[in-house]
Each structure stands twice: as structure tokens, then as C-alpha cells.
Design a protein around this ligand. Structure first.
Ligand SMILES: C[S@@+](CC[C@H](N)C(=O)[O-])C[C@H]1O[C@@H](n2cnc3c(N)ncnc32)[C@H](O)[C@@H]1O
Length: 265
């Protein structure tokens, strides 16, 4: 199911404008262009961005081959990824937690729950909670009978914190859970995620073809199901490195110069 039309309409009906899926070269190189921001009265509501359009597409493609029963999101912000997953995986229960260090994130929790009620998404709940301190109590309340079998880590983007998040959730997650770490390439989290995979018998797969560079940890029992889909969003690391070198050494400079949308100047 293509989620973007309904997702966009949901936020617009809540009174927001939004920006997502833009091309950095059209915005003077603005690196956050592909990601999602809500705007109210022409101002961005929070800089804690939502996932990119290509990352919605990854979730849709995953839903063709993998149907989780219980999803946990660490880092809700204004609920873009939570509402998207509630739509893409209607059979799954979904819990999104946010520490709400910023006022905007607390408003984001209310917004997410308001959307869930207004849109009949009874599978979605967003709550305040900080990883790792609050996770044991949250797991006791929400995951005792149904361990999480898909976990989306999108809280604080440091190598130390993603390991803390993983280790806090792991005792309450299914052994066969699929783990996705948002922003792993962009924030230099690959080595940390790879190490978590090595220590826990999970297969590490960076998804080079996602704008934030999501990293997946895949249990052996899911490999047959999800490998082709993940490969479509990864490709070969050597190809990614080749394109990176083209960028680094300016081989695409002339092409980019022709693509900067000059008629808008
Ligand atoms: C990048 S935003 C999440 C975006 C969201 N997943 C989406 O795609 O719509 C990161 C969020 O993580 C929250 N956060 C940061 N550290 C956290 C922690 N230790 N526990 C829970 N939430 C945290 C922040 O408050 C912020 O709202």
C-alpha cells in the first residue's frame, strides 16, 4: 500500500503544512531536504525530522514480505514514522516512545494519539518514556505477552546511545525481531550497530539506498524472507563507495550544475 497520500492528508487535516522528499540540489545543498518537517504558520515546528519518502517506501516493501505483530519505535517526535507504520502494518500493535526533552516532542505525542483516534488507528499508542531508564516499566506494561518483533531505533543518534537503546529493548524483544536503526550512515553509527549484530548473532546490513542510511540487524530466521527487499535498498557497498568517490572528487560537478533548478533564481 502506498502510504504517502494518506499520511500527507492526515497531517494536513490536523492543520500542518509539511515538507518531505526534496532534492538537496534544489535547496542550495540543504542536507535535510529529503526528510520530513511539519510547518505551522510558515515555521518549522521541530527540527527532530521524520523519515524520508524513500524510507516510507522501504517500509511498504517490507510489508510485502514481513508482517510484524508488535512494533516499538524509540523516538517519536511528531509521529510521522509511527503513523506511517500504523498504516503500513495494520495487523501490528505499535508503541512509540519519546523522552520529550523538547516541548515540541510532548506536543508530538498528543498529536500522534489525536491522529490515532481520529483515523481509527487503534493499533497505535504514543507515550512519554526515556530510553533506557523507562524501558523495563514500559515493557512490563506493553510487551509482557507480546514481545516486540520489529524495533525502530530513532532516538539520540550517538554510537553509545544506540547500543544503550538496543540493550535496553533486547530482553523484551522477540529473538526473531527485525531491528532498524535510522540515520546510521549519516551519524556514523555503522560500527556500533555492526558490533551489536556480532555480539547478538544478528546479520548486519546497511541500507545505502535510504536517505539517512538506515542499518538493519536481521535474525537468521528472517533472512530468507527479507533479504531480497533489503538488498533492493542496499545494493553493493562497492557501488555506494564508487558513487561516494564521484562526489568526493567532483566528477559529478558539471551534472549537478545543470540540475540546480536555475529558473527559480
Ligand atoms: C529524529 S526524532 C524521531 C523521528 C521519528 N522517528 C519520525 O521519523 O517521525 C528523535 C526523537 O527522539 C527523542 N529521543 C532522544 N533521545 C531519546 C531517548 N533516550 N529516549 C526516548 N526518546 C528519545 C527526541 O525527543 C526526538 O523527538
Amino acid at each position: 500500500m502506498a502510504v504517502l497520500p494518506r499520511l500527507t492528508s492526515i497531517y494536513e487535516r490536523q492543520g500542518f503544512d509539511l515538507t518531505t522528499g526534496l532534492n538537496p540540489t534544489h535547496l542550495y545543498g540543504e542536507i535535510s531536504a529529503p526528510f520530513t518537517y511539519l510547518l505551522k504558520d510558515g515555521e518549522i515546528v521541530t527540527h527532530a525530522a521524520g523519515i524520508a519518502v524513500q524510507e516510507l517506501y522501504l517500509l511498504e516493501a517490507l510489508s510485502d514480505v514481513f508482517l510484524p505483530r508488535h512494533i516499538l519505535i524509540v523516538g517519536n517526535s511528531f509521529g510521522w514514522s509511527a503513523v506511517a507504520m500504523a498504516l503500513v502494518f495494520p495487523q501490528a500493535k505499535l508503541l512509540a516512545v519519546d523522552s520529550c526533552a523538547e516541548t515540541a516532542a510532548a506536543e508530538g505525542l498528543d498529536l500522534t494519539n489525536r491522529i490515532a483516534a481520529a483515523e481509527g488507528l487503534s493499533n497505535l499508542v504514543a507515550i512519554k518514556g526515556r530510553s533506557p531508564e523507562d524501558l523495563p516499566a514500559i515493557a512490563e506494561a506493553y510487551a509482557k505477552t507480546a514481545p516486540w518483533d520489529m524495533v525502530f531505533i530513532d532516538g539520540e543518534h550517538t554510537a553509545r546511545q544506540v547500543a544503550i537503546d538496543f540493550n535496553a529493548v533486547r530482553p523484551h524483544a522477540d529473538k526473531g525481531a527485525l531491528w532498524l536503526f535510522h540515520d546510521a550512515v549519516s551519524y556514523g553509527l555503522l560500527k556500533a550497530v555492526e558490533r551489536l549484530g556480532q555480539d547478538n548473532g544478528l546479520i548486519f546490513q546497511p541500507l545505502w539506498r535510504t536517505p539517512s542510511g538506515i542499518a538493519a540487524l536481521v535474525p537468521q530466521k528472517l533472512v530468507g524472507q527479507v533479504a531480497m527487499t533489503l538488498h533492493a535498498f542496499a545494493g553493493a557497498e562497492a557501488t555506494f563507495r564508487h558513487m561516494r568517490d564521484l562526489g568526493r572528487f567532483g566528477a559529478t560537478e558539471r551534472l549537478v550544475a545543470a540540475l540546480t533548478c536555475p529558473e527559480l533564481d
